[in-house]
Design a protein around this ligand. Sequence first.
Ligand code: G6P
Length: 611
Amino acid sequence: MCGIVGYVGEQNSAPILIEGLKRLEYRGYDSAGIGILDDGRIQLIKEKGKVSVLESEMKKRQVIGTTGIGHTRWATHGIPNQVNAHPHFSSDDELMLVHNGIIENYKELKEFLIQKEYIFKSDTDTEVLVNLIHFFYVNNNNNLYEATRQALLKVNGTYGIAVLSRNNKERIVIAKNGSPLVIGIGKGENFIASDVNALITHTKNVIYLEDGEIGEITKDSYFIKSLNNDSISKEINKIEMDLEEITKGGYPHFMFKEIMDQPISLNDTLRGRTILEEGISKLGGLHGFEERILQSKRIIISACGTSWHAALVGEYLLEKCTGIPVEVEYASEFRYRNPIIEPSDTIIFISQSGETADTLAALKEAKRKGALVLGIVNVVGSSIARASDAGVYIHAGPEIGVASTKAFTSQITVLILVALLLGRRKHLSIVDGKEIIQSLNNLGDLVNEILSQNSEIERIAEKFVNAKNFLYLGRGIHFPVALEGALKLKEISYIHAEGYPAAEMKHGPIALIDENMPTVFIAPKDAIYEKVISNIEEVKARNGKVIAIIDKDDKYVENLVDHVIRIPRTNELLMPILTVIPLQLLSYHIAVKKGLNVDQPRNLAKSVTVE
Ligand code: G6P
């Protein structure tokens, strides 16, 4: 996690760095810092807390200089405080470094450096790295690039780094391994950042660094090499994102905007990807891979967090439409348990950010073992997108709120498109294919119908602000939705919540039910509706409070439960896209009413680039 930025040019770097850090704050927000080089003098300001705290501190001082680096932190080594915040200096204050990642062998490197009389002020692995670079710096005639290169050859772990030195004015050395890093190319100025959000107001021309690459930027030049010092020529990519996509656009929170944006984001996901007459989808990123996927003996879907919940929905969709067995694995478990992977397997990795460390590592492991690796990713040009053999972008637009909402519904939409693409080559009929596409085309209207109940959902939320626990129950394709509803509530309201398959309730959670325990049932009229009704009765018989997500024409459940939220009907495969939206709104309103920071909940970060 953590976000890093850097600037070399002719303008004062301070406001540019602060603006960049604000756009990266979703990556971490427990402390922030900026270091600016001005005529051989380094000005360093670090503060515990959000970037706004750093910004107000900077306003009190005159910080000026045309070269600078900045960092917003999500603590890994050392508690969040001013000392542990980045940038970190070398012992003699000559070098300064910002780092996103973890140096795994920092303990042995620290012992080595202590023997060489280096002094440490913080508990961080980053301070070890800056001193290690310094060790090579003095042995290489103050050549910052060469010192950084030699130091990184001794390092195990992940890093996106930017380094400055007093004696190397107007240049920043950068390197990447496992944490994202991008260079923004300007005119008479260059930038670096953890992702393009931080660069978008300055340039649309960017270069993505790959793992094992190191380079240097000055105001009018840059180079990139391998750690073995071989030159690498890189492609300049054009960013297609607009500034308004990463602002709140009049909404009080990014999360609320992203929930309300779903009719648009779903439309963007679908645009140009279906052929109604043939009842099939058209996914350019999978073109030429269809037969290979269909010949797979099994499909594995792997992901973390909300994306893992989308994967569980994908299991239902793909098995139903293709008849190929599908397994779902947490990426963090998958990568470490030495999974049996055959070249005949297809493994799909789902990630909003495309940077989640566990997902990326699992992907590399699957590739090493010869499986076909597909990515379903939101962030264009991200590490997972680039490392996949083929894949599909979800095109949900930037998601800034830490709790994922629109990415989840777009991930499911892409999984439906994949199921359609493959299913139509297997036993899915043209009639069924057309029916799914017609339903997809109507999705925006149905989502709007649910969003128009926002005020009613807010009123329901009001009643549960003081709840200590919540249970979310659903069956079949709605079990993952129950998990996602519980996760949303936990993440932003800090209320303990569990998702369960409704039928499993009687094997444990039923013991928790009393008048203080709200249960959310996802109970649309489907093949197992009657069974879910029985589960609702069981909760009511124990005086539990029930909120039920039901079909709009359901008259029965209304009389049975405390609160209902009505949703329109669509094709069964698309229903999770609809049933999750009231749960997103419910958790949002509960968190807002508790006065919590919904966009930046405590201890979490949007992009988890540590293991
Ligand atoms: C973090 C985020 C979640 C996200 C998960 C996986 O925990 O807070 O919202 O679902 O990472 O992220 P990814 O970018 O791989 O989908």
